[in-house]
Design a protein around this ligand. Sequence first.
Ligand code: B12
Length: 437
Amino acid sequence: MRMRVALVYVGQPESELRPVMSPPIGPQLLGSLLLEHGADVELFDSRLQPADRLLAAIDDFDPRLVGFSYLSPNADEAVTLAHAVRGPGRVVIAGGVHASIHTEATVATGAFDCVVRREGESAVLDLYDRVVAGEALPPIVEGTAWPDVDALPPYADFDCYRGVYASSDAYRPVYLQLGRGCPMQCTFCELPNRSVFEPPRRRFRTVERVMAELHEYVRRWGVDFVTIADPIATLNLPLLMGVVRRMDAELPHVGLMFNGHVNRFSPALAECLGEAQAGRDREGQRITVWFGFESGSQRLLEFMRKRTTVADGVAVAELCRQHDVQVGANLLLGVPTETDEDYAAHHAFMDTIAPTFPNPNILNPLPGTEMYDYCAARGLLRDPDDYSIWRDTDIAARGEGPVLGIDYERVLATYRRYREQPEPDPEPRYRSWASDD
Ligand code: B12
């Protein structure tokens, strides 16, 4: 029996003009596996139409199984939508990072028949089979890692995102993964949380499979930009360099952006990126490395357990500059304990590295992170149940921010200093991460 499955992504609009710049990996991957498994699958995205039209479109498709995927800032919206799609003969499930951390709370909303924790590939196929067999689902399923990340299929060509990939302004980005697992222990991130996520077994794909997948998207959608979504794409340097060299030789018109790590960067990688950039100059394409520097203050780096040094941050930015590789610099503001001295250090650091894309972010600690526990234990959270993104404009309008005891005037002044800097690149289209993460 072929059963209809709807996978619904509920997220933050990525920009006013293009609410979805790059379709999310999770639903595309799970949907593609379900298709291969024999399901009739459609994807839906809350950012592409208003809620009433979204619900009408899901109803028209009339799925038996509906899966929701969302991050913490959109959890309330996802629960509201899930309540609205529930109905006789429909099974509604949830998965993703938020559902993995807030599993019991997600079950308690009453919006879902089943909540999947951790990685979803094996679980979603199993749940599909159980629904086909008419079995009731358990309220919580512990997802298990897909045995071989290199054997995951390329994304299928779903109606939902075809228009996004084909949008007319010629910027057609796609997310790819080189592997899974992050070994870092940063206090502001959920992924080191061992009570939720398994210790990282680093699993990598092969250059061959990554390139085959990319060629498929270039042929099918005219993709001209790749964003590697791995939290640290430089974990496996030979793999990354293999992909960059093949892209240089085979796809010189395709731009590239990825997250690097200060401790996992090398002169050989910078040289390799520089050569690929030279090949792209004719095509007007750029290579950008984003670094989660987070701070110019060594004291704050230690407080956040970044396990990096300011001096090493300066060194990797300099390596990129020498090879004409653009640098995106994430900086985290509004961190408990920060002082004027720390801000002076941020400014000295940013002046020294002069990043192509300075990207200040304002901290709102999320549950499941050590930073959240630190703030909660000291009564520093304005509202422990608020998982929203606090934009500079929200803070300015309210005259307060998510963490008590922070000098938000100083935060806003610094935020604006970096956000309002004139851009060295006349083409701002590669800034998708800068505007959202
Ligand atoms: C790439 C990325 C982005 C991109 C794209 C996000 C997107 N739309 O997919 C951009 C830059 C836009 C972004 C933005 C933000 N991000 Co982000 N991002 C990531 C990153 C680095 C990789 C995500 C990814 O593609 N992973 C690979 C896919 C395969 O994994 P996945 O999506 O988790 O899906 C798997 C499972 O979760 C599960 N699953 C997912 N959905 C479903 C649904 C069902 C039904 C089932 C059964 C299973 C299931 O199965 C999938 C396959 O195993 C992660 C870190 C990480 N490693 O997860 C952070 C991360 C997801 N982001 C995070 C945050 C906080 C944000 C922002 C809120 C930041 C901000 N302040 O603006 C925004 C929110 C944007 C939004 N969602 O609307 C947090 C989420 C924390 C949380 N509690 O929700 C993470 C975990 C990083 C961190 N620790 O801080 N992000």
